[in-house]
Design a protein. Sequence first.
Length: 194
Amino acid sequence: MGVLDNTSITVDAILTKKGREKLAKGEGQFRITKFALGDDEIDYNLYDVTHPNGSNFYGQAIENMNLLEAVPDQNLSLRFKLTDVSNGSGGSTTAYVMSLTPANTTLNDNITSVSITPTISGYDGNYSYSIEGTTGTAIGRFLSFSINSTTGVLQIDRLSAPNTLKQFQFTIAEELSGTSATAVVNLQASGVTQ
């Protein structure tokens, strides 16, 4: 993590994975359509309304602070977004939250497939979904799965039943809003339906 010089105006930007891919392709595909602003490093307790030189100096301590470089890990930065603007709409001042329906499900001899649907609260832009990760041993032996990159619907089908209960986790990520959520799929042994 670095510190930026605060004596000049600086714009420090981090691109999403999708943004880096489009920039690398060239061909005029790279257009900034969304951005987020944050002030994680600012301590507003330093705003001093009792400054002896008057109101022009209330924010002097904040204005003279060194600023941190942009960080690509959203878990470390932009925890307190100022605004999120999409196509001049004015955006939203809240962070987006993804929820999955169902978030926890069980497949057995009677229920052999499930469609998991994501919903992102407060987000009205375009979508670009992917499976960010899966956990569970020998997942390909028991399940087949695919995701619709536009709608985010994750289709999971049982291929075979295990000898004992197995649990798998699927993390769905939406790149443009920067959200993700994890669904749990339990796979019952053959002959067990509850």
